[in-house]
Ligand binder design. Structure first.
Ligand code: KIV
Length: 277
């Protein structure tokens, strides 16, 4: 093996061991090129079911299927070397029974090479999480705002304000006790996120939570400014690639119409230059 051997991708237990240490870095990815760009910078990459809204124009994550997650998981896997890949279990693929959850979790891992799956839910999913973990499917949990439940939660609201706070704490503790190796806290108030981070033994991964979480995650297309249908308060745009892309497309259209494109450097000569005798 060469001295410059590539860094090995962490395993769920390595992510778990980062509790209280340097913050874990994570983004979502859905394609090979984007996975390649983030590989060296992220500890883990999530193939999120946000893919339905971000890439497929769906109105929520509810229409995402196992086939979509497998296809995008396989694409992302081709772009990763040193980051662990986690794949989201889509709505309807795990809630019915722990056996259904195992069947689909195992299928996602086998088909994509993911190191773990992520599923939404707290106390009500604890038994399922324990069943999966005991059978070789590492689970990242997701509590607070769980977008697959918007119809019962009443929309994309902050979770855990006032009387609701103890429910979110109980959810985070239940998934940790069940054996999840990390838990995503989405749209949970800052103080409550800090309390959960202090009280649970697994890393908390914040999205709209607190800088005090053990790690952070954002949807890639949100932070690059590529997804512009709406912007949640918790999104920081680190670039405005949507604007840059639209400007480039407009310039292309103008160049085609004025015959500036293609230029001489983009076309092929009819006759090849003669070689010296
Ligand atoms: O689907 C997704 O992208 C997610 C993250 C926002 C945590 O679940």
């Amino acid at each position: 093996m060469s001295a410059t051997a590539q860094k090995k991708a962490p395993m769920p237990m390595d992510i778990r061991a980062r509790k209280g240490g340097e913050p874990l870095v994570s983004l979502t990815a859905y394609t090979t090129p984007m996975a390649q760009m983030m590989d060296a910078h992220c500890d883990f990459v999530l193939v999120g079911d946000s893919v339905g809204m971000v890439l497929h124009g769906q109105p929520s994550t509810l229409g995402v299927t196992m086939e979509m997650m497998i296809l995008h998981g396989q694409a992302v896997a081709r772009g990763l070397n040193s980051a662990m890949m986690v794949v989201d279990m889509p709505f309807g693929s795990y809630e019915e029974s722990k056996e259904q959850a195992f069947r689909n979790g195992a299928r996602l891992m086998a088909k994509t090479g993911a190191g773990a799956v992520k599923l939404e839910g707290g106390v009500e999913m604890a038994e399922t999480i324990a069943f999966l973990v005991k059978r070789g499917v590492p689970v990242m949990a997701h509590v607070g705002l769980t977008p697959q439940s918007i119809n019962t939660l009443g929309g994309y609201k902050v979770q855990g304000r006032d009387a609701d706070a103890e429910r979110v704490v109980a959810d985070a503790k239940a998934v940790a006790d069940a054996g999840a190796f990390a838990v995503v806290l989405e749209k949970v108030p800052e103080g409550l996120s800090d309390r959960i981070t202090a009280e649970v033994e697994i890393p908390t991964i914040g999205i709209g939570a607190s800088a005090g979480c053990d790690g952070q995650i954002l949807v890639l297309d949100d932070m690059l400014g590529l997804f512009t249908a709406f912007k949640a308060k918790f999104v920081k745009r680190f670039a405005e690639l949507g604007i840059t892309a639209e400007e480039a497309i407009a310039q292309y259209a103008a160049d085609v119409k004025t015959r500036k494109f293609p230029g001489p450097e983009h076309v092929f000569a009819d006759v090849l230059p003669k070689k010296d005798a």
